[in-house]
Design a protein around this ligand. Sequence first.
Ligand code: IPM
Ligand code: MG
Length: 372
Amino acid sequence: MHRIAAIGGDGIGPEIIAAGRTVLDAAGEAFGFDIDWTDFDIGAERYLATGELLTEEDLAELSKFRAIYFGAIGDDRVRPGILEKGILLAIRFHFDQFVNLRPVKLLEGVWTPLADKKPQDIDFVVVRENTEDFYVGIGSRFAGGREQATLDVVRDLYRVKFGLDVETDADEIAYQIGVVTREGSERVIRYAFDLARRRRGRLTSVDKANVLSDVYGLWRDVFSHVAADYPDVATEFNFVDAVTMWFVKNPEWYDVVVTPNMFGDIITDLGAMIQGGLGLAPGGNINPEGTSMFEPIHGSAPKYRGQNVANPLATIWAGSMMLDHLGEHEAAAAVLAGIEQSIAAGVVTRDMGGTATTSEVGEYIASRIRAM
Ligand code: IPM
Ligand code: MG
């Protein structure tokens, strides 16, 4: 028996989570376990009605679960950033989900915009650090007036630290600080090395140490230090700008890629596109010892809400990652195989050229798993 928390969230979130649950329940039947689901009403509707994003009670309840199955958040009626920071990032940070695991794998039968690339060429995993870097939320923005004093302090900081004289006519200034710690980098880099060891034995560190040399200089030192414990893993450093070229030109080079938070955010959208689009890109926010959360990396697509047309494959795949995390390795593999069968049979949503609805895709994959 596995107890799992479900947060459908906003937009298409509840529909894709429902399709995912149909599939995971079928996997449980086929592989001999039960899933006990607990629904959480968290998202824009509740925020608009009560002003609550995540309550202490939500967090206390969620902490009782090893896994959360998360749909999407984001709503046109709420200013961008409120729900994202107040719910999604808040859960990642609160539960210290320091690994953001994002497979970039082209499934058989899926179209990729990269000409001449086949499934065997696109099969790597991005391990994105998930609690530090520019996501820590340290920053501010100042205009003149009564904030002038603070503005002066920031100008002084710039002069002392960077030798920059910002004593210009500019009346407004903003800054945001990235934080990297030895402990924070070491745990995610170790996770990536362990993963590389179980895969093809190559690990690429992606950063921008040639410009952001303090934060990513530390990151590189930690990487090199950890590498000494893994002589069997081949390592390299890539700059993030270069990696955007190589992901397109030579994706077959990559096996496991480890990277700080913000670059991980950016390059995994690129990764999603080469694996066939956001409709096919899953992610796991993992704390190996605590509460982890599995989600599609796409958003809530509010304009398709309630129409039963959204592609549930990224969410179903995230469900497969969740089963794997819970130790149900065979069931996890069966879910992925079921996804491939639905693609082979053309039982896909219209974004992939099919006519199936969200729930039909879920039911079809569930039926394939029961027949396995
Ligand atoms: C992602 C998203 C989030 C992020 C947003 C919605 C806060 O883009 O999961 O990649 O930046 O991490
Ligand atoms: Mg993103």
